[in-house]
Design a protein around this ligand. Sequence first.
Ligand SMILES: [Zn+2]
Length: 256
Amino acid sequence: MVVDPILLAGGGVLGLCLGSFLNVCILRLPHDMSLLTPPSTCPRCKHPIAWRDNIPVVSWLLLKGRCRHCREPISAQYPVIEVAVGVIWVAALMLYGVSMHALAGALFGTLLLGIAITDARHYLIPDEYTWGGLVLGLALSLAGGVEGFLHAVLGAGVGFALLFGVAQAGRWAFKEEAMGGGDIKMMAMVGSFVVWKGVLLTVFLGALLGSAIFVPLSLKKKRLVPFGVFLALGAGAAFVFGDAIIAWYLHFLGRD
Ligand SMILES: [Zn+2]
């Protein structure tokens, strides 16, 4: 899709700024801290971070990745996440043009990135991403960003029920918590964006990726599987390629 380069640049800058906000969410939400107060400080010298040292990517590069006051290294995760969200917003505009669907895709991608990183690090998915994202998904369905309000509600219900069922079955089969409540709430949110067919595709892709990549690793290391990471990858693929994958699958079935 051909989009005005100025609009693309604007979308990219908006993405970078949201990426900066996502960094704060990733840092604070797992610890139930407020997103607004206190203002950001250096973790070592506690010096407040001035606005000019808080410009996405640019400040990190100018400061060569160190605190202005104590020279403590600042994690490269900050600029990497800012760039990643910037890329998500530009990609959504390029794929869907200036539309509510592009806004839905960009917000969905940003939420999924936050979920994936938090789940990988802390084995939890904060409600702000899941319940907050569900409200966002339903609102966008009313505004025409995704398939329509009833589809979004149905998708959320299917996502919640399916993962709830899988969690119950897992508990019964393995006598332990195989899947957390965060995954169940996450799939309600995902369902509001990708509707019920996308939910099935997300769980299928998530299970495929999870068992191919992480289960062998986690069996060796005896660690939990942050299943939300793979659900997030599956959900992103379902949003972008869902219709094409489902059409291919139906075609494939029809030929047999
Ligand atoms: Zn410092």
